[in-house]
Design a protein around this ligand. Structure first.
Ligand SMILES: [Zn+2]
Length: 166
């Protein structure tokens, strides 16, 4: 049994969550105040707390103009990089006031090859101002292999690929 609280009057309501599919939205009516409210049953996927996954690399972001340094963890799969905004589609959004960085600017895909070695591929999202790898502008749909220490420029920010957290 699971306990939930009425959001209006705090009345405790018990229900048998095993009766329902994971990820389902249930509507309750409070037995006390008759307020109706919804809850979503946790989906097994929700339990994969991102913070518990082990990063496969790191991106150090330096914003020279603002003296700011941020370190973002890279995970297996698509790491979508961009300027943090409300409702961002980028899973690796970072805070910046630089308007030349798009909200989805570039993507680093981390994947394992057949030997279990992790490969990093960089591509432009596409963005308005382009993505530069070692001072070379990436072409549309170009996927460039990244190596430790590679320098990526988007807007006025410099990003450095690191395989270890430093
Ligand atoms: Zn209530």
């Amino acid at each position: 049994m699971k306990r939930i609280r009425c959001p209006k009057c705090d009345q405790i309501i018990l229900f048998d969550e095993t009766q329902y599919e994971a990820g389902r939205i249930l509507v309750f009516e409070c037995t006390e105040c008759h307020k109706q409210f919804k809850i979503r049953l946790p989906h097994p996927k929700d339990n994969q707390d991102l913070s518990k996954e082990i990063p496969v690399g790191y991106l150090t972001i330096l914003e020279n103009a603002f003296q700011l340094k941020q370190i973002l963890p890279l995970m297996l799969g698509a790491n979508i990089i961009g300027r943090s905004v409300k409702g961002s589609k980028a899973n690796l959004a970072f805070r910046t006031v630089d308007p030349s960085i798009d909200t989805t600017h570039c993507i680093i895909t981390a994947e394992k090859d057949k030997d279990g070695k992790i490969l990093f591929l960089l591509q432009d999202a596409p963005s308005n101002t382009g993505t530069f790898l070692q001072n070379q502008l990436l072409q549309l749909r170009e996927q460039a292999h990244l190596q430790e220490g590679d320098i990526i420029n988007i807007g006025a920010a410099t990003m450095i690929l690191k395989l270890k957290d430093e």
